[in-house]
Ligand binder design. Structure first.
Ligand code: G3P
Ligand code: CA
Length: 256
């Protein structure tokens, strides 16, 4: 296979309510190589698949995920604010629900998030490692995060788990307007990372080559435009993450 891995962002957020089983089914239906999900923790320590630390945008209910128990969260509708009002109500899934659905059919990029105040969920790394081991998916999971200490901790707990460091415009802003691509790649390499996932607007040919020279894998998110998909495929990135797994399948087929 000489094409980037096709990663369905939040399951396929352009086709169904993000981070719901309906979205992950879309990712699988369009043959994504991997699905991406976002992870938080409930008050009683369950691993909760949702993007925002706060529930309002997706469910219409006020409050943060860590203030609710799993049982309470499961009363909410993760499709409550979705544009298509004909969709059935969707339960907020746990990590276990998604692994159960996806196991044997696609890989999973698990993004470990932080609370709204930027603090980490105590013990989330060990719970993720346990769940992945229990489902026998060590080789099929990549743990991703903007929070670099989270990635270092999970590597210490389970060195077999692959990790990928996410960075955005705010990380890059540390390097100044006239940033030196080699300096950025060196910074990532010096932290021990072998993979980066970058916001697509930050990924230039120069930065890509700086990573490649250090043998660091490169992915880009969130690419929903066909021309951009083809541009990054031609650049040679390792994975492309999109809300539109249907377009990934169309433009990044094995025949292309
Ligand atoms: O795959 C990385 C990407 O999901 C990071 O951004 O905000 O969509 O979680 P976000
Ligand atoms: Ca994410």
């Amino acid at each position: 296979m000489n094409r980037p891995l096709r990663v369905a962002h939040r399951g396929g957020a352009g086709l169904a309510p993000e981070n719901t089983l309906a979205a992950f089914r879309q990712g699988l239906a369009f043959k994504a190589d991997a699905v991406e999900l976002d992870l938080h923790m409930s008050q009683d320590g369950a691993l909760i698949v949702a993007h925002d630390p706060n529930l309002k945008r997706a469910t219409g209910t006020a409050g943060d995920i860590h203030e609710f128990t799993l049982a309470q969260l499961q009363q909410l509708n993760a499709a409550a604010t979705y544009k298509d009002k004909t969709i059935e109500p969707q339960r907020i899934p746990t990590l276990q629900d998604v692994l159960e659905l996806v196991r044997g059919r696609a890989k999973v990029q698990i993004e470990i998030k932080v609370r709204a105040d930027d603090t980490r969920y105590a013990g989330i790394e060990a719970k993720v490692a346990d769940a992945v081991r229990r489902y026998g998916m060590i080789d099929d999971v990549v743990v991703i995060s903007f929070n670099f200490p989270t990635l270092h901790d999970i590597t210490a707990l389970e060195p077999r788990l692959q990790t990928c460091a996410l960075f955005s415009t705010s990380y890059l802003s540390r390097f100044g307007v006239w940033r030196d691509d080699a300096e950025v790649a060196e910074d990532i390499a010096s932290r021990g990372f072998r993979c980066v996932g970058a916001k697509h607007t930050t990924m230039t040919e120069g930065l890509f080559q700086a990573f490649r020279a250090r043998d660091i894998q490169v992915g880009v998110w969130t690419v929903n435009d066909e021309a951009e998909m083809r541009k990054f495929a031609a650049m040679g990135v390792n994975f492309i993450t999109s809300d539109r797994p249907d377009l990934l399948q169309k433009w990044l087929s094995d025949a292309n």
